[in-house]
Ligand binder design. Sequence first.
Ligand code: PHE
Length: 344
Amino acid sequence: MQEQIDQYTTEINAFSPANADELESFRIKFLGTKGIIKDLFDQFKSVGPEEKRVFGKVLNQFKQLAEARYQELQEKFKSEVENPASNIDLTLPGDGFNLGSRHPLSLVRNEIVDIFKRLGFVVAEGPEIEDDWHNFSALNFPEEHPARDMQDTFFIKKNNGRDDVALRTHTSSVQVRMMENGKPPFRAIMPGRVYRNEAISARAHCFFHQVEGLYIDENVSFADLKQTLYHFVQELYGEGTKVRFRPSYFPFTEPSAEMDVSCTICGGSGCNMCKYTGWVEILGCGMVDPNVLENCNIDSKKYTGFAFGMGIERITNLKYVIRDLRLFSENDVRFLKQFQTEII
Ligand code: PHE
């Protein structure tokens, strides 16, 4: 018996559990109701009185040793659970965390803004809820112009029985505010959200984004307009991109034009995106109509200028070959994460 106890003592002292399960097995093995100590006490009942005196003491000491060891190990485990730092391997690589990404429209807007900033344009903003004056009248829209019609414009409020307050239909309203509140020269671009009362489909939405530009000074000519926009296109789509201007009409510019670029997808040879014409339209532009300058208290004899406006969605579609406008506002992460960029 003594020999057995000695052996168990060595085992108990050397025992070092790797986890709480091993410690529990240790408890069951030695201290459990069917464990070794219980067994030794049972054997002890049958030894002679002489031996009982000697072994009683040894057995009790052994039992105390096992209990003390169990308690000690249990405390060690408890402190590791409560203080997990002691368990952490600091050499392991850390968990990465997901960075957000810029919305493709923001990426393209920033790119457009940066190009014009390098040319000395400042950024101006205005309200999305506009009155008739800033959105239409000051911009030389005739009283009966169809763009004022309920079909295009979300009117919000009437004044003296007439539709007056509306969600702006274009960022040209910011031009008016800028010219009214300042003195020429002006060189600014105006990015912002605009609204039109259209049924939502792959090709149209009830809101979208524009960047408008305005340049007013003495002796500004159509040649300045062309050179500025030509430079812009080379920066945005790369050297060698061709441009062409087609005559057009806007109430607030005279003459007016629409500008096409050689198709950014096929390079002009013809594809689905350019409907096999080799050209895609990206913006409207023109020389600011003298009526508009006068409406904003600017001397149209002394000053001239040009304006242009483009849809950011359209520019983005051409850049990333996106064919459904609805993707921009549905917040589908599978779409958005394709534009993963570092947030700075
Ligand atoms: N405001 C026009 C539009 O929304 C674009 C434009 C701006 C055209 C400035 C000419 C000059 O379509």
